[in-house]
Design a protein around this ligand. Structure first.
Ligand SMILES: Cc1cc2nc3c(=O)[nH]c(=O)nc-3n(C[C@H](O)[C@H](O)[C@H](O)COP(=O)(O)O)c2cc1C
Length: 319
């Protein structure tokens, strides 16, 4: 039987358990120039040492004008590669597959009025960022396609009101993502994986399911289901209906639903704090992997601790 500590293979990479560090921007640990700092390295070392199954390094920005805040790590220039390599090296030292999230914050006013040439340029910047991630020695990348940032805005039916090659039909809303994957497909060999963090509600779960199936078809290796867009006024998140009997967060529920429609591994996330919650999701094969964000900030050795909790709770020994 599968449990939280059962290894999982994604292409040529072996994750030693089912717990993932989701991307967490650590603004206070990054300088305004976007370079990796000693403090940040210390954080990733603590998490790797804590026996996590996979690290997804925080959102790194493909262009200076696409940052969330000044102190977000950059990947828009070769000058960042040396610092990023130090994070990738930590993953290697502790045998923790480590991929990096690639991000552009998008546009506050929405995606509808952005000129086509600007999007053409951003697409090329994403391509270059993927290449830098590989040169830096990461085991893959995760496209940030959630949380109403650039790619989420493009993928979303209620945000993307364009009628050019970047929008107008489902396929066109996916064009940016698909073209990016096509242009970089030679990078993704057996040892370099393609992750995609998507909105499960884009705006509805039905849209999320359609997006997930499409992403699998165009070559994504692992899906990470988080939340998608809020309503166009950005007042409130578009929350889906979910059964009252589901004991965890509605975002986790979306991951478990999407898993039913794809065969690639699915990561679920949101408010998973306890070993027992994580174990329930994995043992019942509701998710392949669980991400623990704030829980890991509170306890970077979350997995080591979870092993003890599991042994105490079940009386079974973890190898
Ligand atoms: C401090 C902080 C930074 C975050 N940074 C990112 C990020 O860089 N990229 C991203 O996709 N999500 C980011 N998120 C969202 C988390 O990855 C995660 O989805 C969220 O915290 C819910 O999981 P949790 O309840 O286990 O913390 C961030 C969340 C927090 C609290």
């Amino acid at each position: 039987m599968i449990n939280l500590f059962t290894p999982l293979k994604i292409k040529g990479l072996t994750l030693k358990n089912r717990v993932v560090l989701p991307p967490l921007v650590r603004f206070s640990m990054v300088e305004k120039d976007g370079f990796v700092t000693e403090g940040l390295l210390e954080w990733y070392k603590d998490v790797a040492e804590g026996e996590v199954g996979m690290i997804i390094v925080e959102a790194s920005c493909i262009s200076e004008d696409g940052k969330l805040r000044e102190n977000q790590i950059g990947i828009w220039d070769d000058k960042f590669i040396d610092g990023l390599k130090k994070i990738a090296d930590i993953g290697k030292k502790y045998s923790v597959p480590t991929i990096i999230q690639i991000h552009h914050a998008g546009y506050k006013e929405g995606i509808a009025t952005v000129q086509e040439e600007v999007l053409d340029e951003l697409l090329e910047k994403f391509v270059k960022a993927f290449k830098r991630a590989k040169v830096a020695g990461f085991d893959g990348i995760e496209i940030h396609g959630a949380h109403t940032y650039l790619i989420s805005q493009l993928n979303s039916r209620i945000w993307n009101l364009r009628d050019d090659k970047y929008g107008g039909s489902f396929e066109k809303r996916m064009y940016f993502s698909e073209e990016l994957i096509k242009r970089t497909k030679d990078l993704f060999d057996d040892k370099f994986i393609l992750g995609y963090r998507m909105g499960g509600n884009e705006p509805d779960l039905e849209d999320g399911i359609e997006i997930a199936k499409y992403l699998q078809k165009i070559g994504v290796d692992v899906l990470h289901v988080s939340s998608g867009v809020p309503d166009p006024e950005r007042k409130s998140p578009v929350k889906i209906d979910y059964p009252e009997t589901f004991p965890l967060d509605w975002v986790v529920y979306m991951g478990t639903e999407i898993k039913k429609y794809v065969t690639i591994p699915v990561i679920g996330v949101k408010n998973i704090k306890l070993e027992e919650q994580a174990s329930w999701l994995v043992e019942n094969e509701l998710l392949d992997l669980v991400a623990v964000g704030r829980g890991m900030i509170a306890r970077p050795n979350w997995v080591k601790h979870a092993k003890k909790e599991y042994e105490k709770r079940t009386g079974k020994k973890v190898d």
